[in-house]
Design a protein around this ligand. Structure first.
Ligand code: SF4
Length: 600
C-alpha cells in the first residue's frame, strides 16, 4: 500500500512534525511518503504532484491556515481517482469530525486528536472495514453509525510507542528550516479559548530519546529548534534537565525557542538560564491581558505582577530574546482597558510583542460563552472575533492597524534604538499611543506595501511632530533621534545608500578626506581586530565589508549605556562611526562598531 502523508505549511521555512510521527509509525508496514507544500503554492501544481505519485491513500494534516485549500485538493483527488482513499486529521478537523465527514463525500476517514496510533491501526486493518470502529479516534465513512465518540480518548496515552523522528534526519532536510520538536504533550492549564485545555494532564517523551535527537540536530547544524510543548516549564525538574543539556551541546550558533509560563519560573531555572550564551534561548510568553477580571473569565492562571517580575529579571540577564503575547477581544476588555494591557506589557520592553485576536475555535470551551459575551466572529478560518459586548468592530479594526504597525516597526527590530528613545522620552507608559500615532502618520500609504525608506521617513515625521510648538518636549532631542534612525538604518545590513533625509550631505572635499581616513584606518591591523575581523584579514577585503558615517553624537557610548540601569547620557562629539558588516551575531544581534573622533 502506498500512502502519502502531506500538509500545506504556512511558509517555506516551517516544517510539519505531525506527519513525521505518522511516517515513523507506519513506514515498516507500508510504502509511506512524506511531502510538504506551502499555502502559497498553486493548488493545481500540488494536485498534479500528488496525482503523479499514484497513491492508494492520501493523508492531510489540517490546520486553520490550510483547511480551505486542503479540502479543494482532496476533493479533486477523489474526482480524478475515486479509488484513492482520503484521510484528514489535525486540530482543524478534530472537533467537528462527524459533520465534516457527512458534509464532504470525498473524505473516507478522519482521525480526531493525536493520530499516530489510529493511523498505525488503520493500516493494519484496512481490508477489514467492520473493525474500523475498534480504533478509538477514527471516523470512517464505513462504520461511523456504530460509534460512541464522546467517551473516547483523543490522545496517545503512552508516548513511548512513537518512534524518534530526527535520528535519521540529514543536513539537507533541515537546511533553511525551523525544526519543530516536542518533549511533552498536553497542558496543565485550562484557558477557555485554547484547544489544549480539552485534554487533561501532561505526558512526556523519554529523556534519553530527547537527548539523542537534539544532539543529532545540533550536529547537523540546525539553526533554530522550536519546542511545541504547550508549557515547556510545566515540570520544573524536567525543564532544568533539558535546558542544562541544551547548554552543554550548544554549538555557538543554534537557537532554541520555548513557550513558557513566566509565573512558574523559580530561582533554580532562573539561575541556570542566566548563564546561557546570548541568543541560545528565546522565550514566548503568553500574557494575553493584564486585567484580572478578564484572565479569571477565560480561566487563565497568570497574574501580571508575577509575570512582569520574571520578565524583567530575565531581561536583566541580556541573553534571552523574550516574545510576549497579548490577545484582543477577550471578555471585559474594551478598547480603553486593552490599551492598558498593551501599555503594561510594552513597558517591560520585550524584544517582540505579538498582538493576536481572539479566535472562537471549534471545540474550545469558550464556545459556551458566545452568548454571554456577545461574540460575533468569522464563521470561517481563522474564526477571529469581529466584535463582542466590550469592543466594537471599529475598535477591532483599529487594533488590526496598530498590530500591523507594531509588527513592522517594533517586532522586526528594525527601529530598535529609535523606538526605545522615542518611548523613553515621549511615550513612557503609553506605548500604545506611539504605534497609534505612527499609524496615523502613514495613513495615506498602504501599510502593507510601504517601503523601508518610507518607514524611516514616517518615523522621522513622528519625531518631528513631537517637537512642534504644540508638542514641545524638552527631553526629546530631534537631532539625536534622527541620528538614531540612521544608526537603525545602518544596522539593517549592508546598504551604502542611506536616505538623504537621515544624513547631512558632506562637502565633496569632506567625502574624499573621509574615504582616505577610512582607507588608512583599514591598513592598521589593530583597528581591524578591534572591529571584529580575524587577524589574517586582508585590508582590501575588510574595506569592502565596512560602512562609515559621520555622527554628531557618540552612539557607541549610548548603546553601551542603554543596556545598563539608570539615566542614559547623550554625549555630543563629532565622530566617524565604522561598522563591520561581517560581524553580526545571532538574529537580533548588533554589528561590531567603533567610533573615531572626527579629526580629518
Ligand atoms: S493557552 Fe497555553 S497555557 Fe492555556 S491551556 Fe492553552 S497551552 Fe495551556
Amino acid at each position: 500500500m502506498k500512502i502519502l502523508l502531506t500538509t500545506l505549511n504556512s511558509k517555506f521555512i516551517h516544517s510539519n512534525l505531525a506527519i513525521k510521527y505518522l511516517d515513523a509509525m507506519i513506514r515498516d508496514k507500508v510504502d509511506s511518503v512524506v511531502e510538504e507544500f506551502t499555502i502559497n503554492e498553486d493548488i493545481e501544481d500540488i494536485l498534479s504532484k500528488i496525482m503523479i505519485g499514484g497513491y492508494d491513500m492520501v493523508a492531510f494534516s489540517c490546520y486553520i491556515w490550510n483547511i480551505e485549500r486542503t479540502m479543494k485538493i482532496a476533493e479533486n483527488i477523489k474526482k480524478i481517482s475515486p479509488e484513492t482513499l482520503i484521510l484528514i486529521g489535525g486540530p482543524e478537523v478534530t472537533y467537528d469530525a462527524e459533520s465534516t465527514l457527512q458534509r464532504h463525500d470525498f473524505i473516507d476517514f478522519i482521525i480526531a486528536g493525536e493520530g499516530e496510533k489510529a493511523l498505525s491501526d488503520l493500516v493494519d486493518i484496512i481490508k477489514e472495514p467492520e473493525r474500523f470502529k475498534e480504533i478509538t479516534n477514527l471516523y470512517s465513512r464505513y462504520s461511523s453509525e456504530d460509534m460512541d465518540f464522546e467517551s473516547r480518548s483523543l490522545v496517545v496515552t503512552d508516548l513511548s510507542i512513537i518512534p524518534p523522528v530526527y535520528l535519521d534526519t540529514k543536513k539537507e532536510d533541515i537546511e533553511n528550516k525551523i525544526v519543530y520538536y516536542e518533549t511533552s504533550r498536553g497542558c496543565t492549564f485550562s484557558c477557555s479559548y485554547c484547544l489544549s485545555s480539552t485534554t487533561k494532564g501532561v505526558r512526556f517523551f523519554d529523556y534519553e530519546r530527547i537527548k539523542a535527537e537534539l544532539s543529532h540536530l545540533v550536529k547537523l547544524g540546525a539553526r533554530q529548534v522550536k519546542f511545541v510543548d504547550r508549557t515547556f516549564n510545566s515540570d520544573e525538574k524536567k525543564a532544568i534537565e533539558i535546558i542544562s543539556f541544551l547548554m552543554e551541546i550548544d554549538d555557538g550558533n543554534i537557537n532554541f525557542h520555548f513557550e513558557i509560563t513566566a509565573h512558574l519560573l523559580q530561582k533554580p531555572v532562573l539561575d541556570l538560564i542566566k548563564k546561557a550564551r546570548r541568543g541560545l534561548f528565546q522565550f514566548e510568553i503568553g500574557v494575553q491581558s493584564t486585567n484580572d477580571e478578564t484572565l479569571n473569565e477565560v480561566r487563565r492562571a497568570n497574574k501580571f505582577e508575577e509575570v512582569s517580575k520574571n520578565v524583567l529579571e530575565i531581561k536583566s540577564y541580556a541573553n534571552i530574546h523574550q516574545h510576549l503575547d497579548l490577545i484582543a477581544g477577550l471578555p471585559y476588555e474594551g478598547l480603553t482597558r486593552f490599551k492598558k494591557s498593551f501599555n503594561d506589557v510594552f513597558s517591560l520592553k520585550p524584544d517582540a510583542l505579538q498582538l493576536g485576536f481572539l479566535k472562537i475555535l471549534k471545540g474550545s470551551p469558550i464556545e459556551n460563552t458566545i452568548e454571554k459575551h456577545g461574540y460575533k466572529y468569522r464563521s470561517y478560518p481563522p474564526y477571529e472575533v469581529l466584535s463582542n459586548k466590550y469592543m466594537t468592530y471599529k475598535d477591532m479594526d483599529k487594533l488590526k492597524t496598530v498590530e500591523n504597525v507594531l509588527d513592522r516597526f517594533y517586532n522586526t527590530g528594525r527601529f530598535k534604538y529609535s523606538i526605545e528613545y522615542l518611548y523613553d522620552r515621549v511615550y513612557e507608559n503609553t506605548g500604545y499611543n506611539l504605534f497609534e500615532d505612527l499609524a496615523a502618520v502613514i495613513s495615506d500609504n498602504n501599510i502593507n506595501t510601504i517601503k523601508k525608506e518610507e518607514e524611516f521617513r514616517a518615523m522621522k515625521i513622528l519625531g518631528m511632530n513631537r517637537v512642534s510648538k504644540e508638542n514641545s518636549n524638552p527631553d526629546f532631542n530631534i537631532d539625536f533621534f534622527v541620528e538614531l534612525l540612521r544608526l537603525d538604518y545602518i544596522n539593517m545590513g549592508r546598504n551604502p545608500n542611506i536616505p538623504a533625509f537621515l544624513t547631512k550631505k558632506n562637502e565633496d572635499e569632506t567625502e574624499r578626506e573621509l574615504k582616505e581616513f577610512i582607507f588608512e584606518f583599514t591598513r592598521n591591523q589593530e583597528n581591524l581586530i578591534q572591529l571584529g575581523f580575524k587577524e589574517d584579514v586582508h585590508y582590501k577585503d575588510a574595506y569592502k565589508k565596512i560602512n562609515w558615517s559621520i555622527f554628531e553624537y557618540d552612539m557607541v557610548q549610548y548603546i553601551s549605556e542603554i543596556r545598563k540601569p539608570g539615566v542614559v547620557n547623550i554625549k555630543k562629539e563629532k565622530n566617524v562611526l565604522i561598522v563591520n558588516y561581517d560581524s553580526k551575531k545571532g538574529h537580533n544581534g548588533d554589528y561590531k562598531m567603533l567610533r573615531r573622533l572626527y579629526e580629518i
